[in-house]
Design a protein around this ligand. Sequence first.
Ligand code: GDP
Length: 460
Amino acid sequence: MTILDDLLARRLYLGVTGLSRAGKTVFITSLIHNLLRADAAASVCPLRNFDPFDDGRLIGAVLRHDANATIPEFPYAQAVKTLTGEDPRWPEPTRGISRIRVDIRYRRTGEGLTSAAATRLGLTEGVLQLEIVDYPGEWLVDLPMLSQTFETWSEAMLKQAREGSRAALSGDWLAFMEGRASDSAHDEEWAEQAATLYADYLHACADKGLRFLQPGRFLNPADLRGAAVLRFCPMPGASGTTPAAGTLHEAFRTKFRDYQEKVVRTFYSRHFAGLDRQIVLVDALTALNEGPEVFADMSTALSSVLHSFRHGSNTPLSWLTGRRISKVLFAATKADHVIRGDRLHLENLTRRMLHVLDETNAIKVAAGIDVAAIAAIRCTEDTRRADNGREILLGRRPGDDADTPLEPGAIPLDFPPDWDAFRYRYWDFQPHPDSSWRHGGFPNIRMPEVLNYLIGEDMR
Ligand code: GDP
């Protein structure tokens, strides 16, 4: 890469997000690996249908390790090793924010670029510097907190903690909170214990599949682990009046404001404002598996996430200046968990869910939006039952040592799903021990189309 290349290159920031276990780590690993391993001469290539690849214009991609000195680099090499070793396993998920840059060299399409002069000037080829920013969707769930006071937020969180399956998980934290009145004198040690118990409660909710959990940094603190700004939690008895100085209520309210300003706003202005494109990964299948409460909770979390893509004045982010995300792709992940005929239903369910959650159509008109059902790494094969010809899957569930024929649950056609009509049941699958994955890239479902949508027009 020469200095001239760097000057002629186009830099594009792609955000990859999704709630915990939605598939961010697997998605980024597959995307990079397939770009690096692209081989036009191979009979099967996982990038087939990516337009620059099909047109023979993709020259090659390289990782750049010198791009980000201050933010952890996405652990690509480790993830590929884990996925393609002798005993392939899913990689450890990333926890906070990470970045990785891949430079993609391609031939331009433009008219008149074939002349010798254009070749000499280096105008026939281009470099797309793709900067991938991986961050937890939980941090986007915090956005509505910016328009709340500590007291209204507290009240809403306390109400939530007493409902449904949360009630059985919040007992220790609530009992601890009842032990001291909100107007007692502030005590930092007590505050730390209260925040720890609240974080334990949020983690227990997350383990049950619940996803509407605030503050998001309590689950993924990243560089804020142990920081004083996280020493607060919702407080019973914190009324709307101004608290007296030196009380617990006053201290928690101050921390809440610090959290709003120093954590939530800072994340949006330092990282989010710089993004050009965004993919939001949605694990609708796991939520369907868990039943109505978890599914409704994931929808609420997603509805908070959607606020982040509302642009313009009079929106939650109108204070934010900078570039604007011009395209957002909502991708329902793990589409290899369902039969071929249901992948379109999965896409439609996700589309309908977004439509219902975006009540005012504000997101639809703000950014280019698309929806896809994808599998970043495809672990199943489509086949049919010999007796009745019904579509089934062949794959290995955790613990299986060979492929097993399986009939997964069907995808509901409606949002919200009709819980009485179906029992939704899907299995997790293991990656295959297939040596071609290391050298040739990962089989997938619709990853090339994802690339066309997100970066295709930047490689013309
Ligand atoms: P993250 O927390 O968003 O980074 O989620 P991960 O990328 O770690 O994915 C969580 C889990 O989902 C993985 O360990 C896999 O079990 C499963 N998973 C993710 N992507 C795929 C996929 O494309 N196909 C299949 N079969 N499973 C996937």
